[in-house]
Design a protein around this ligand. Structure first.
Ligand code: MF3
Ligand code: CO
Ligand code: CO
Length: 281
C-alpha cells in the first residue's frame, strides 16, 4: 500500500491536532493521583476536546462482528494492560501506572488525527515500575532518532528491540505504529521489533511510533470485552507514543507537549531543539 506524502498545508493542520493532543496529556497529568478513576480521565479528555471544537477518534471506533465499538474517548491502560484499556469506575491506587492514549480529531469534519500517549506514575513507583516506564520512554526517543529520508521503517524497530532487550525488557509485536492523518490507522505499519526491510522513508510521511515494552514475555492476551490487551504473563507493561512527520534531516514531533507533564517525568521537547525535531542540533 502506498504511503501519502503530505503538503505544507496538511502538515500545518496536523500541527494543530497534535498540539491539542499534547495539551490533553498535560491536562490529564494535572488530575492523576490515587483515588481518581479512569472514567474521570475520560470525562476530562471528552470535555476539553469538545471545548476546543474537536472530537475524540477512539469514541465509537472499530466496532464490527462480535466486537462492540470502543466506548471511551481515550484508552486508559493500567499496570499489566498493554493497550486499549476501557475507562471505567476503577480507581487508581498508589504504585499503579496508567497509560493514557488520546487522539483528538481537528477540525470535526474531515479533520486530522493527533495520536499520542504517555504512561503516568500514580503516587510512588516501585523500582520495577520505574524500570519498565523509563525503558519505554527511552525506547520511543531511540526509535524517533532513527527517522530520516532515505532510511527504512524497519530501522525504528531494530533500534528499539536492541535497546529494550539490553535492558531485560521485551517488545510487543502484535500492535504497531501506523500512518495517521485524515485516517486514524493507515500505511505504513511501524513495527517496534526487528523485521525485514520495510518502507523507504520520504519527507512528508506522517506516522506514529508507540512501542509497548513489557517486563516479562512479549506475548499478549485479550480480555472478553474484545478490546483490553494484557501481557500473557501478567507482567508490567508501559508505552509512550508520538505522531511525527518526516523532515529533510529527521522528523518533527507533531504531538510534542508545551512543557513538562506532571506525574510523567516528561522530556521537555521545547528545550531539546527547534520545533521539537530530531536531530536535536
Ligand atoms: N490510539 C490508539 C493507537 O495508538 C488506538 C486506539 S483505538 C481505540 O493507535 F478504539 F481503542 F481507541
Ligand atoms: Co494512540
Ligand atoms: Co497510534
Amino acid at each position: 500500500m502506498s504511503v501519502r506524502i503530505h503538503t505544507g498545508t496538511e502538515i500545518e493542520a496536523m500541527r494543530r491536532a497534535g498540539r491539542l493532543a499534547g495539551e490533553l496529556i498535560c491536562a490529564v497529568g494535572e488530575i492523576i493521583k490515587p483515588g481518581v478513576s479512569t472514567l474521570e480521565i475520560d470525562a476530562l479528555v471528552d470535555k476539553m476536546t469538545t471545548e476546543r471544537h474537536g472530537i475524540s477518534a477512539p469514541y465509537g471506533y472499530g466496532g464490527g462482528g462480535r466486537r462492540p465499538a470502543f466506548p471511551g474517548h481515550c484508552c486508559t491502560s493500567v499496570n499489566e494492560v498493554v493497550c486499549h484499556g476501557i475507562p471505567t469506575e476503577r480507581v487508581l491506587v498508589d504504585g499503579d501506572i496508567v497509560n493514557v492514549d488520546v487522539t483528538p480529531i481537528l477540525p470535526k469534519k474531515n479533520g486530522w488525527h493527533g495520536d499520542t500517549s504517555v504512561t503516568f506514575y500514580v503516587g510512588e513507583p516501585s523500582a520495577a515500575v520505574k524500570h519498565v516506564v523509563e525503558v519505554a520512554r527511552q525506547a520511543l526517543e531511540i526509535g524517533l532518532a532513527q527517522i530520516k529520508p532515505g532510511g527504512y521503517t524497519s530501522d525504528i524497530g531494530a533500534a528499539i528491540q536492541d535497546f529494550a532487550e539490553q535492558q531485560n525488557c521485551s517488545v510487543v509485536r502484535d500492535y504497531t505504529g501506523h500512518g495517521v492523518g485524515q485516517v486514524f490507522h493507515t500505511s505504513p505499519t511501524i513495527h517496534h521489533h526487528r523485521t525485514p526491510r520495510g518502507v523507504k522513508l520520504r519527507k512528508g510521511m506522517i506516522f506514529t511510533v508507540e512501542p509497548m515494552i513489557n517486563l516479562g514475555t512479549h506475548e499478549v492476551d485479550h480480555l472478553d470485552d474484545h478490546w483490553t490487551v494484557v501481557t500473557a504473563d501478567g507482567s508490567l507493561t508501559a508505552q509512550f507514543e508520538h505522531t511525527i512527520v518526516v523532515t529533510k534531516r529527521g522528523c518533527e514531533v507533531l504531538t510534542r507537549r508545551p512543557g513538562l507533564v506532571k506525574g510523567c517525568e516528561d522530556v521537555p521537547w521545547a528545550k531539546l531543539g527547534p520545533l521539537g525535531s530530531f536531530p536535536f542540533a
